[in-house]
Design a protein around this ligand. Sequence first.
Ligand SMILES: [Zn+2]
Length: 292
Amino acid sequence: MAAKHTYRFTVGTFDCSIVRDGTFAYPHPAQMFFANAPESDRAQALRDHDIDPDHWEEYVSPYPGLLIETGDHTVLVDTGAGDLAPTTGNLRANLSEGGVEPEDIDTVLLTHGHPDHVGGCVDDEGEPAFRDARYIMPDTEWEFWTSEPDLSGLAVGDDIRSVLRDVPRKVLPPIREQLELVDSDTETEVVPGVRVLPAPGHTPGHVAVSVASEDDHLLHLVDTVLHPIHLAHPTWYGVTDHDPDQVVTTRERLLEDAAAEHVSVLAYHFPEPGLGQITQAGEAWEWRPIEG
Ligand SMILES: [Zn+2]
């Protein structure tokens, strides 16, 4: 049933779809997403969001690819997690169900090197999954994840550290011949109307994505925020955030812009479909999700 796996909307004249790769249940989400939050503040924030702080065992995150059909180009932003878990790796099947085959996609934009964003860039044989596409990735990300990434600063277990290190080293080299690197420090238009925006911190060269057509505008925050509570508490960071200070600076800049310009916003890990608007609320912000 297409409606279940794909959420369609428009940005100006562009047809956009949020296409589900799958979901993943993160254990101990309070620690994972709000690692530096004082215990009592965190409990209160959870209650404010109708979550029982004593029984928040897992957060089931969607993994959404963003498909943008501009008329001239078919762009896919992020590729899901591939075979990371039994519950992931459905992106291409779900694209196909909506009438889009892998060879229809001419541009694959990888926002950063985390396994849940790059895992689906190759197929089961380890070949590029989108054989006619150019793959675009921020240069800092490519260099970081394809060399010997220093993950010693992350407060994660060795199992997670291994996954973070091994998946990109497996799936990124095969796309090398289709790869186009962009400067992670400057805005770059990858096709008319679709731009990558520097948003470092979550990972060294993490980028956000701006989609603009006519007077309509979508800002894809990707992993600048991981949970809606980050809008109310922008200084709380997660255990997979590489540079906490930079995360906060990037977050405040993008959230301020999104609120001031009243744009539509997409966030990768937010409850489906992950689309909404951001409004200023005192010193922080508030999430106004659209109904899925
Ligand atoms: Zn990430």
